[in-house]
Design a protein around this ligand. Structure first.
Ligand SMILES: *[C@@H]1O[C@H](CO)[C@@H](O)[C@H](O)[C@H]1NC(C)=O
Ligand SMILES: *[C@@H]1O[C@H](CO)[C@@H](O)[C@H](O)[C@H]1NC(C)=O
Length: 445
């Protein structure tokens, strides 16, 4: 296919040309080639000339300086990224690294890395990969607005730690890859941010290392009917410290990487009568650890129930339209809240809105407030399997709706919103919306 074409172009160039034009052609080609080389190497030239002394500004406005030659844990051949190998003195190792990287140490206490992921293979559910992509976009959007980084893993860092157990090795590796972050925020692929303005209240967690949505009585109370839903591991925060390293180590010992896996399954089934499958899962294993060794793990664990660190999607279903209506109503009242602004200022506008929301009683967990994270528990977007009590395609339809609800909050900064929560058709937001709509309606009347 390519051969005859090349021949044809050759015969076009050669036979009708005299010496002069040929020379002209050669000169032109040489000049073009020289320009091409110049263009191609210009980046290399700039790095050569401005060199490693040039500082770059990352997206989070941290000035990056060179890695100093002093040895850190990265240079220690005995320090492993694998969850199978315990790590010791992590706090010291991390502090030492931070001392050597003062530009990254500044602000480290409030820095969050969101870690999320999905299985390595394509989804069986025809809409699975689409939902995963949108769910990932949702997380990237949130982090761009609120200033976190995101790591997406779609490999099993330990070959036996698959499905929900894959989180643990990912978190462990992320802690080592990011000594500059204080918190790892694990988010399941089926968890969707539905309040892009919500700020994690990290100031509340000074004395805690694990923040997970749960209920004290369900986790710690003696009961013959303990539930495996006493807490939820769909969205949780882990402090980047030795305590968490130890927790991950212990926790993973109940997972598929150990020979005790089936034995643990039996123990958990005995404790949690409502556990729907015989093999251990990360969630019931964590409750087991907290319950059995409260002094060791419970003291530093914060069972968050003050806002929707994750919320059950069934409880949220049907509320989005009403919430949009409420927020629009608020913006009709408050000029400053409906002012158009650069996306970079979103955080500032989010904070501006807070007191007005509180005045209306729209505090976290109330009906008027956007739920922070909506978690599609029991829906498995990728495999397509879902809890049989969820009828037909309710899971995917509702997930799409939650994703659209979150995305509209982002799109608004770009001047558009969806026509409704079930469509991808958008329209431009009129100037001074929603006030302009109110005017239009009153004029029509
Ligand atoms: C535990 O569950 C069993 C069976 O559902 C029930 O009969 C019993 O009353 C429950 N016990 C408690 C303390 O709730
Ligand atoms: C949503 O918007 C689309 C496109 O504008 C429209 O076809 C559809 O009927 C709307 N659905 C509802 C429930 O309003």
């Amino acid at each position: 296919m390519t051969m005859p074409r090349r021949k044809r172009s050759g015969s076009f160039l050669n036979p009708n040309l005299n010496g002069g034009t040929l020379l002209f052609f050669k000169a032109t080609i040489s000049i073009l080639f020289f320009l091409f080389v110049l263009w191609f190497t210009k980046d290399k030239f700039t790095t050569l000339f401005s060199g490693p002394t040039k500082t770059h500004t990352s997206s989070s406005n941290v000035v990056l300086s060179p890695d100093p030659p002093e040895k850190t844990f990265y240079d220690d051949p005995h320090v492993s990224f694998s969850i199978e190998n315990p790590i010791t003195n992590w706090d010291e190792k991390r502090s030492q690294w931070l001392r050597l990287h003062p530009s990254l140490a500044a602000g480290a206490r409030d820095r969050v890395l969101m870690v999320t992921g999905s299985q390595p293979l394509p989804c069986k559910n025809p809409v699975g990969d689409h939902l995963l992509l949108r769910s990932f976009k949702n997380k990237v959007d949130y982090c761009r607005l609120q200033g976190c980084d995101v790591f997406y893993s779609n490999v099993y860092l330990h070959p036996k730690m698959d499905s929900y157990w894959a989180k643990l090795p990912s978190i462990r590796s992320a802690m080592m890859a990011h000594p500059e972050v204080e918190w790892i925020w694990w988010m399941d692929a089926d968890a969707v941010v539905t309040d892009m303005e919500f700020k994690l209240p990290l100031e509340n967690y000074k004395d805690h290392n694990l923040i997970v949505h749960g209920w004290e009585n369900m986790v710690y109370d003696e009961s013959e009917n303990k539930s495996w839903t006493g807490l939820n591991t769909g969205s949780y925060l882990v402090r980047n410290c030795q305590w968490s390293m130890d927790l991950l180590q212990e926790w993973s010992k109940m997972g598929p990487m150990t020979s005790e896996y089936e034995k643990w399954g039996k123990i958990l089934m005995r404790m949690f009568k409502d556990k729907p499958f015989p093999l251990p899962d990360d969630q019931s294993s964590l409750i087991y650890m907290l319950y059995k060794e409260r002094r060791k793990w419970g003291k530093k664990t914060y069972l968050e129930g003050g806002y929707d660190l994750e919320s059950y999607w069934i409880a949220v279903m049907g509320r989005f339209e009403e919430i949009i209506f409420g927020y629009n109503d608020l913006e009709e009242d408050v000029v400053a809240l409906r002012r158009r602004h650069a996306e970079k200022l979103s955080k500032w506008y989010g904070e501006l809105r807070e007191p007005y929301l509180r005045k209306r009683g729209w505090v976290p967990l109330s009906k008027g407030k956007r739920p922070f994270v909506t978690h599609f528990t029991g829906c498995q977007p990728c495999s397509g399997n879902h809890n049989p009590s969820y009828k037909g395609d309710t899971c995917w339809k509702q997930m799409e709706k939650a994703l659209n609800f979150g995305d509209d909050q982002v799109l608004r900064k770009y001047g558009f919103v969806r026509n409704n929560l079930s469509t991808s058709s958008v329209h431009e937001v009129p100037f001074d919306y929603p006030w302009s709509d109110l005017l239009r309606i009153s004029i029509l009347k």
